[in-house]
Design a protein around this ligand. Structure first.
Ligand code: NAD
Ligand code: MG
Length: 385
């Protein structure tokens, strides 16, 4: 029995993770659940999975949750102090963590799990974007495992031989990330200036949390994924390519030196990469529907338009600049997206704010997790002003 802690269990990835675990209660036990404010859902999840611990960020909701659990005669302990996320991630009983908090709030549990040699199922791409080098070092030094959940990175992981040493050793030429193009794939520039948050979160293929849905509409999601691929696979910048594939059937590909391309295909459902991350290299039932090739009309591919979607170009720029640039880009994007969702920002204010922050903090060079958190805080402050 592997003990699993799910960070962000009330979110889209967290709920899908519980859907997969429900199919395999003979192999996995839920040790802890965490959420930000949805205490009703956390209570329901505790009733079903009976974890040892549940964490909620809001202390006043924690009291109510504890009362409900007492009334239901459940022994789950309620936690809500700031250090508790780190304590759960580093708890000796935990074998696997699902890192599915949104944004840089996921950095601490991911880092702590790495420091304590856990198997990390990584959905929270923002932690690698902000702290890739430090997390990779912690993973290496403590023999942790960092397994991608993001569908593109899971596809690449599946298209590489298990346990390979380096991309060069196995003759990888390119990593090709596919992008759906989001809801505004064919929207002209002058219309994009006036799109609303409501339109932005209507993704054509995937059902996801609000922040990643906006990121998909600006193509920043693909930008974050380029940076994520760079750290996950120890790739060179020029080895990573993005191609727009609106059907989201091919989840990504690896091109080898002999010109072979290995792709992973499947229905657009996060339960597939979650199941693989839980059990790789073994395969287990995911509960996802099967692809029917006879019902696929066509698979198409185009080049991304970085003029209409400058966020993607900013992510490449962040990687090229190095230092703290990607952490700055990530923090500025989080604030810009929150402002857009609140109706205080237009679509193109998002890349403008990110570019301004990247220039303002151009000389930043964080070397520790504490320095990354400090930079993240300063950039948020700058963008909030
Ligand atoms: P979501 O908004 O649906 O869920 C976010 C979760 O994080 C919730 O449980 C919420 O309670 C928790 N949370 C939010 N702020 C928090 C804070 N400050 N402290 C503690 N907990 C907090 O988001 P999602 O779509 O599930 O995405 C989660 C992560 O997975 C993101 O990093 C996203 O980029 C990544 N991801 C998501 C998908 C997808 O299909 N949804 C695909 C690939 C990667
Ligand atoms: Mg993805």
């Amino acid at each position: 029995m592997k003990q699993v802690a799910i960070f962000g269990s009330t979110g889209s990835i967290g709920k899908s993770t519980l859907d997969v675990l429900r199919l395999h209660l003979d192999k996995f036990k839920v040790f802890a659940l965490t959420g930000h404010s949805n205490h009703k859902l956390l209570f329901e999840q505790c009733r079903e999975f009976k974890p040892a611990h549940v964490y909620i960020s809001n202390p006043s909701l924690a009291c109510e949750l504890a009362a409900w659990l007492r009334d239901a005669q459940l022994a789950t302990e309620v936690l809500s102090s700031t250090n508790d996320l780190a304590s759960i991630a580093s708890h000796p009983a935990v074998d696997i963590i699902m890192s599915a908090i949104v944004g840089s709030a996921g950095l601490i549990p991911t880092y702590q799990a790495a420091k304590h040699g856990k198997r990390i199922l990584l959905a929270n791409k923002e932690s690698l974007v902000a702290g890739g080098s430090i997390i990779n070092q912690a993973v290496k030094e403590n023999h942790a495992q960092l397994i991608p959940v993001d569908s593109e990175h899971s596809a690449i992981y599946q298209a590489l031989p298990f346990g390979y040493s380096s991309l060069d050793d196995i003759g990888v030429e390119k990593i090709i990330l596919t992008a759906s193009g989001g809801p505004f794939l064919n929207t002209p520039y002058d219309k994009l200036q006036h799109v609303t948050a409501g339109e932005a979160v209507k993704h054509p293929n995937w059902s996801m949390g609000q922040k990643i849905s906006v990121d998909s509409s600006t193509l920043m999601n693909k930008g974050l994924e380029v940076i994520e691929a760079y750290w996950l696979f120890n790739a060179r910048i020029e080895q990573i390519e993005v191609v727009v594939h609106p059907q989201s059937i091919i989840h990504s590909m690896v091109q080898y030196q002999d010109s072979s391309i290995i792709a992973q295909l499947g229905s657009p459902d996060m339960k597939t990469p979650i199941a693989y991350a839980l059990s790789a290299p073994q395969r287990i039932e995911s509960g996802s529907s099967r692809l029917d090739f006879t019902k696929l009309s066509s698979l198409t591919f185009t080049t991304p338009d970085t003029k209409r979607f400058p966020c993607l170009a900013l992510a490449w720029e962040g990687l090229r600049r190095g230092g703290g640039s990607c952490a700055v880009l990530n923090a500025a994007n989080e604030i810009a997206v929150a402002k857009f969702l609140a109706g205080k920002h237009g679509f193109y204010d998002i890349p403008q704010m990110i570019e301004s922050a990247m220039n303002q903090f151009a000389s930043s060079s964080p070397h520790t997790i504490e320095e990354i958190l400090e930079l993240d805080y300063e950039v948020r402050d700058y963008c909030q002003a």
